[in-house]
Ligand binder design. Structure first.
Ligand code: SF4
Length: 610
């Protein structure tokens, strides 16, 4: 039997089949009719079925007693949550949704927060990756989602990829759409802080100082306007006219020749597409970066594509897992105005947030409930109650991918062990609090269609089609935004002479719970490696694959060094996927004031050989 589903990993949202033999998923089979993957899912998608059978999955609910998680029944777990949360005031609790969870799960999570706890303290992992994007798009286009489609890459004649490595992190968009455009003659410009995999395919690669992208975009725009290759409103023209090229070269650490080539390529383009990722959002100036990128795209009448990370990353926000009426963000609830309880669904803040030593201190003091399939740091060390949700293959629902395409995730097998789908857990718990929630997917979808803007179109048959349904993302308006033209003011110091950038690698995913349980992926990337320039390494007596210590003002970690000339001198690149190497312990709390998205990209550190 073949069951059509959607990949549980990234925001590209490929469709494929799960082959089920005798009630067991035995492999992933390509879907040749899928308009996104065109029958070519990446290695993560192809190996995703392996994670269903991870032996260490949570098999039954757990409650922490005398410091240890012990098995319990669902009813006891619900009662324990009820007793510990029933008297909390609205301001004392934080709900944290997530993008591996379906729309139906996230909808009910925020419903529980708002209708039972009367709180607007609802957020999701989107806070950490593209909060800046949603905010800036809302100001510029009047919609908090990207006003383009993944297919738009294909029609481009010039593609600027900045702060993203789609060859690694958006693989199918890269192979099926970006490379298809290149084959048709499109020019590819890659701008990055290091020469990652995507840069290898570029017609022009520019290494830039991270956090100066606002300056870079604005300078390009100024040159287009000066050369009469683009027109912008008078106020924007006046602002960008003050940009001086020597300042751009100094600040962005680029050469004038590279810059001129980029300007010429973009000037010649009739169908310009700018794609970006967390490399430009996870900065204190993240919102400014997106404003400046949008100004350039508007002037070129081009398209802008935000390469948003996880399977249901657009859906989680669309369902209302974000503060809508002045509630706390996760950043505020964790660091600034601490709450007493966290209710977390399929997220791992003990690994994903910045300043982890502080996060761990805070989590120790709270009542923590988590829904999770696999053991993770938040569950193992800090949760008071672990509610074992089943994998995506054992539940139905919908995902909204990065381009706002909603498609159905079909259950392939029954929930294993004593696990349940998130929406079932939420409806059962809501009953303990005296509230009846819809408890069937069809009924939840009907309520979503009534309550969530843009989702009134929902139609089960269409959701199950290859195309799915698109939330309307036509821009309501197109407003240029006046630029501040400032970069980020984080510099190496005498005490911390390196800058560290957190990054992703092709064979693990986010905090690694799922990908580390795929034998295929684990074989390819079993441990964290920190990329370091060979000249820097020599100076510190560091050999390839030697352990090093990295120290910042808020923490230290040990990690293996990998010597490569792909990173710039003075710059370290390390992944955040590994629980054994908690790279975010090094990240001080330094965030964007508009949306509280943390700087995870420019961290002053020093290193020692071990
Ligand atoms: Fe899954 Fe993303 Fe790979 Fe597609 S590109 S198969 S959605 S991980």
């Amino acid at each position: 039997m073949y069951v059509k589903t959607i990949c549980p990993y990234c925001g590209v949202g490929c469709s494929f089949f799960l082959q089920v033999d005798d009630g067991k998923v035995t492999k992933v089979v390509e879907n040749k009719n899928d308009p996104i993957s065109e029958g070519h899912p990446c290695i993560k998608g192809l190996s995703s079925w392996e994670t269903i059978y991870a032996e260490d999955r949570y098999k039954t609910p757990m409650i922490r007693k005398k410091g240890k998680l012990v098995e319990t029944t669902w009813d006891e777990a619900y009662n324990y949550i009820y007793e510990n949360m029933k008297d909390l005031k609205p301001d004392e609790v934080m709900f944290y949704g997530s993008s591996p969870s379906t729309n139906e799960d996230n909808y009910l999570l925020q419903k529980m927060a708002r209708e039972i706890f009367k709180t607007d303290n609802v957020d999701s992992c989107a806070r950490l990756c593209h909060a800046a994007t949603c905010y800036a798009f809302d100001k510029i286009f009047g919609i908090s989602a990207m006003p383009a489609k993944i297919e738009d890459w294909k029609a481009a004649d010039c593609i600027l990829i900045i702060g993203s490595n789609p060859e690694s992190n958006y693989p199918v968009a890269f192979t099926q759409k970006i490379l298809a455009a290149k084959k048709n003659g499109a020019k590819i410009i890659v701008v990055s802080v290091w020469k990652e995999q995507t840069a290898e395919q570029a017609d022009l690669y520019i290494e830039i100082e991270g956090g100066t992208e606002t300056v870079f975009f604005s300078a390009i725009l100024k040159h287009l306007v000066d050369n009469q290759d683009a027109k912008v409103p008078k106020d924007i023209e006046e602002t960008i006219s003050k940009i001086k090229m020597p300042d751009v070269v100094n600040q962005c650490k680029i050469t004038k020749q590279e810059f001129d080539k980029a300007v010429a390529m973009i000037a010649a383009s009739k169908r310009f597409v700018l794609g970006f990722g967390m490399g430009i959002t996870q900065h204190v100036c993240g919102v400014d970066n997106i404003f400046a990128a949008c100004n350039l795209v508007l002037a070129k009448k081009g398209k802008i594509i935000s390469m948003r990370g996880k399977a249901n990353i657009q859906g989680v926000g669309d369902m209302g897992c974000q503060p809508e009426k002045g509630g706390k963000t996760m950043t505020t609830a964790m660091f600034l105005e601490p709450v007493k309880a966290f209710y977390i669904m399929e997220s791992n803040p003990a690994q994903s947030m910045p300043n982890l030593n502080k996060v761990h201190d805070e989590l120790k003091k709270k009542f923590v409930v988590i829904h999770t399939t696999y053991p993770n740091l938040t569950a193992e060390k800090f949760a008071d109650v672990v509610l074992p949700c089943c994998t995506w293959a054992e539940r139905s629902g919908t995902f909204t991918n990065a381009e706002s395409r909603i498609r159905f995730v079909n259950k392939a097998i029954e929930p294993m062990y004593n696990t349940k789908p998130n929406y079932v857990i939420l409806t059962e718990l809501a009953l303990k609090f005296g509230k009846k929630f819809p408890n069937k997917i069809d009924d939840i979808l009907k309520e979503i269609a009534q309550k969530r803007p843009g989702y009134e179109i929902l139609d089960l048959d269409k959701l199950k089609s290859e195309k799915g349904q698109f939330v309307n993302r036509e821009p309501k308006f197109q407003k240029y935004h006046l630029l501040l033209c400032k970069g980020e003011d984080v510099k190496p110091t005498k005490k911390y002479p390196f800058l560290l950038t957190t990054a992703r690698i092709p064979f693990q995913f986010c905090t690694g719970e799922m990908s580390s349980r795929s034998a295929t992926l684990n074989k390819m990337a079993p441990e964290a490696l920190c990329l370091i320039d060979p000249v820097d390494a020599k100076k510190y007596g560091i050999k390839d694959m030697q352990m090093i210590r990295i120290i910042s003002e808020v923490g230290e970690i040990e990690i293996k060094a990998s010597l490569t000339d792909k990173t710039a001198p003075g710059l370290l690149i390390a992944p955040y996927h590994y629980e054994k190497t908690l790279i975010n312990k090094l990240v001080p709390l330094n965030f964007n004031s508009q949306v509280e998205e943390p700087n995870l990209k420019k961290i002053p550190v020093r290193i020692e050989a071990i």
